[in-house]
Design a protein around this ligand. Structure first.
Ligand SMILES: Cc1cc2nc3c(=O)[nH]c(=O)nc-3n(C[C@H](O)[C@H](O)[C@H](O)COP(=O)(O)OP(=O)(O)OC[C@H]3O[C@@H](n4cnc5c(N)ncnc54)[C@H](O)[C@@H]3O)c2cc1C
Length: 491
């Protein structure tokens, strides 16, 4: 079996970046169509000592699929989706979330569903597995890890291993996978906190979990068996508007605590600045004219969703907010989601305009989570830092998991540098609170310093030792998780 290896020319320039907008470099690219072709490409790379960077949909925002020289393995042609067998569905890694949904939802009288709901539906399932991606509904259903039954993984040596949940397990910290034997590190991964930062390891673990969230540093995922869930009753959604952020946070505590008889599937947050931005876009930009009117008294909004009806106790509690918008069924929920999507869209537009005069500017977007008892503290930390620095911003996201995205919108390069310094300071404080420096986007190439903050030098060395077992020459997804100079020098 062979595979075509192409020279990188201008026609492949797009493959040198992902949504982080970081530019990479590579000399070769291949678009394998099968596991065999992936193996063939790896053989050629190994004989030339080329680093190999794996790509799915390139929607990642941490530079994970941005190449650092050598060969790009773009898996977009490996996009077959099998037939549903019981509650299982086998897919190739290049299949997009939207294509998988079309198949699962397109069955006559569908009885099953796939709960992962990232906002970016052109993401590939291979990329989602590699990043252990999440979405709004992860509050109830957890990250994609929970819905992965089995993986086929090709190691950099060309060896292919099949990992099945419940079958291939570590024995304490010892493991054997094909010809690879070793010990798992003890990393002190923060418990009970949503995290996509670094390797997932624990004693007696299902070894399939080692590759989920490993950002392609241990092996290339070439087939995935998904576990589907019984389709829930028709969803209902509600957006409640509050006169203050503290009222909104109290409502969040009610929703995820004993106050709510069944857990919502999603709990999302929009701060005062997010609502202000929407008001401004609606009045200034015809593309946002359809947005519903946001009364001046609306300070903070909480959007939440239930499978089935919103419980009466929750409706009664939401009645204490200054206003509520209800939605029943997917069509009405889409309207509420349009409101939610309008915020990142507005942010991107605003930054796009500013980039015209200052091309180096980008938005700075945090992705950190903290334990439940730190919610108010982390929100205070964000607000205090932003107010002191006088930086324009919006805060929105997955507050059910204490995971909001702070978007800093710099107006100058000086503000950009100020924003970066603030982000670093926050990361240190989040780690001190027992949180994670990345809850869903991963570390990629741009947050390796943050990973070090979280696990310390010893933790990083232990993760590198694990990587060494699978990839002794550091060829696969070089620069992800570990800065290249650290990895190669062993420091
Ligand atoms: C507008 C927007 C909204 C987003 N919303 C969300 C969200 O709601 N939730 C969320 O979690 N993320 C979100 N993201 C981030 C991104 O979509 C996810 O990280 C997604 O999982 C990346 O998938 P991809 O196929 O694009 O992967 P890529 O960007 O191509 O790659 C991501 C990483 O996975 C590795 N990889 C890809 N395929 C494989 C494979 N088969 N084997 C091994 N490694 C592989 C790559 O090497 C890279 O390190 C969003 C991004 C954008 C631009």
């Amino acid at each position: 079996m062979s595979v075509e290896i192409l020279n990188i020319g201008d026609e492949y320039a797009d493959f040198l970046h992902d949504e982080s907008r970081r530019e990479g470099r590579a000399e070769k690219i291949a678009f394998p169509a099968s596991t065999e072709e992936v193996r063939a490409a790896l053989r050629i790379a190994a004989s030339n000592q080329w680093p190999v960077t794996v790509q799915g949909g390139r929607t990642g925002i941490t530079g994970g699929s941005v190449p650092d020289g050598g060969l790009i393995l773009n898996l977009s042609r490996m996009n077959a989706i099998g037939e549903i067998q019981g509650d299982r569905l086998a897919v190739q890694p290049g299949a997009t979330l939207s294509a998988i949904r079309t198949v699962v939802d397109g069955v006559v009288d569908p009885v099953l569903f796939f709960p992962s709901d990232l906002t970016e539906t052109t993401a590939s399932i291979g990329g989602m597995v590699a990043c252990n991606a999440s979405g709004a509904r992860s509050f109830r259903y957890g990250p994609v890890r929970n819905w992965i039954q089995a993986l086929d993984v090709v190691l950099v040596s060309g060896e292919t291993i099949r990992l099945e949940r419940g079958v291939h397990k570590a024995d304490g910290l010892n493991f054997k996978l094909g010809t690879i034997e070793g010990q798992l590190p003890v990393l002190g991964t923060p418990g009970g906190v949503k995290s996509a930062a670094g390797y997932f390891v624990k004693p007696d673990m299902d070894l399939v979990d080692l590759f989920i969230g490993a950002e392609g540093t241990l092996g290339i995922v070439t087939e995935i068996t998904l576990r589907l869930l019984p389709r829930p009753a028709e969803m209902s959604g509600l957006t409640a508007f509050f006169a203050s952020e503290s009222d909104a946070l109290q409502f969040v505590r009610f929703l995820r605590g004993a106050g709510s008889p069944t857990p919502p599937t999603a709990i999302e947050f929009f701060d005062f600045q997010s609502l202000e931005l929407l008001r401004r876009m609606k009045s200034e930009n015809p593309a946002f004219a359809e947005l519903p009117e946001l009364k001046p008294t609306f300070h903070t909004a909480i959007y939440f969703e239930y499978d089935g009806e919103v419980p009466d106790a929750v409706v009664a509690k939401a009645g204490e907010a200054i206003d509520c918008w209800f939605a029943v069924g997917e069509r009405e929920i889409e309207i509420l989601k349009h409101f939610r999507h309008a915020i990142p869209e507005s942010v991107n537009m605003l930054i796009g305009e500013r980039k015209r005069t200052i091309p180096e500017l980008t938005k700075l977007r945090t992705d950190m989570s903290v334990p439940d008892d730190q919610l108010e503290n982390v929100m205070r930390m964000y607000h205090d830092g932003l107010t002191t620095a006088g930086l324009e911003h919006v805060i929105f996201g997955h507050i059910g998991n204490n995971h909001v995205h702070v978007n800093i919108l710099p107006r100058s390069l000086a503000e950009y540098e100020q924003g970066k310094a603030l982000y670093l300071d926050w990361a240190k404080q989040v780690v001190a609170m027992g949180g994670s420096v990345s809850a869903e986007h991963g570390i990629g190439k741009i947050k390796t310093d943050f990973l070090k903050l979280m696990y310390g030098d010893v933790g990083i060395q232990e993760m590198q030792a694990l990587k060494n077992l699978f990839d002794p020459h550091g060829l696969l997804n070089r620069g992800n998780l570990f800065a290249v100079y650290n990895y190669l020098s062993g420091r």
